[in-house]
Design a protein around this ligand. Sequence first.
Ligand SMILES: Cc1cc2nc3c(=O)[nH]c(=O)nc-3n(C[C@H](O)[C@H](O)[C@H](O)COP(=O)(O)O)c2cc1C
Length: 344
Amino acid sequence: MPTTTTTPTITAPFTFAGLNLPNRFVMAPMTRFRSPGGVPTAEVAGYYRRRAENGVGLIVTEGTLVGHPSASHETTVPRMTAGPAEAGWRAVTAAVHAVGGRIATQLWHLGSERRPVDGVEAWTPSGVGGHAMSTADIDTVVAAFAEAARVAARAGFDAVEIHGAHGYLLDEFLWPVTNHRTDAFGGSPARRAAFPAEVIRAVRAELPVIFRFSQFKERDYQACIAQSPHELAEILTVLADAGADAFHASQRRFWEPAFPGSELNLAGWAKKLTGRPSITVGSVGLTSAFPQLPRLTAGLATGEYDLVAAGRILLGNPAWARLLTENRLTEIRDYDRSHEDVYY
Ligand SMILES: Cc1cc2nc3c(=O)[nH]c(=O)nc-3n(C[C@H](O)[C@H](O)[C@H](O)COP(=O)(O)O)c2cc1C
């Protein structure tokens, strides 16, 4: 077990897009299925508040659906729509702000992962697993993200994280296996980024934007949107030019190099290629022992990435960031799958 837990860097403030963060800890977005009818409850507000008051500088909410029927079939995943959901979210942001935290909402469209249980077909770039979107459909989804961003701004969010990872709609445009389009939204890596870029532009009119992306898909861990740093640069340059203020580079294990020939992880490449701040994530501190802590803090100290997101370890440990900062590692409960079933 390491004797020195954190470097000053992890507790140092960080500012981007006018967002003043008290430290480098981010809560990763995690779907919890506890918002009946898409409306976050007081239980949801308390869950996020407990992380914010215990040292998580930036909360990213669970994936939250934009208000178009194609977005999802789920009924207990929260939505970002006017009315009761907006009121529920206003209570969530107030609870987090009251304890000095910052909060971004992750906006989500499931693409081909939508199940047609209610008679609505999945929307996809090229018909792989559902309806092939027309350019009018693309405009419709961009407008749905824009509307969700307006709701998020009214509800008091500090930023929006756009879900462009893990095989859902935006990522399906980025991935050549699911995007066979021959119009302006398909082809080269830069053209595959054109639809996510339109979404970024629409959301950026309302709030700062974090763009989350990944190489892997939930159904294919070997998948790649970019075969090389050059291809990744093509994609991320389009997204940065569209207004992405930061990149959240989703990896399953943050310490793994993203490409051969360099130790840089995916967040490291995102920052190097765009000059924008980046968030690293992936198996950060899943146990109290945390053998990769020196690698994590070295990446912060060298500026490889700026922020660190933790997901699963925060499920059973609302005070994880505080315990780590105060060198109280032995008080951390190792991650256990059963933590996903409870709201600690
Ligand atoms: C229960 C659960 C739900 C998740 N839901 C989302 C989600 O809604 N959006 C998303 O981008 N990632 C989601 N993820 C992925 C996490 O954000 C994170 O990238 C992943 O768990 C790796 O980080 P960790 O090892 O610290 O948990 C989820 C992960 C878990 C465990």
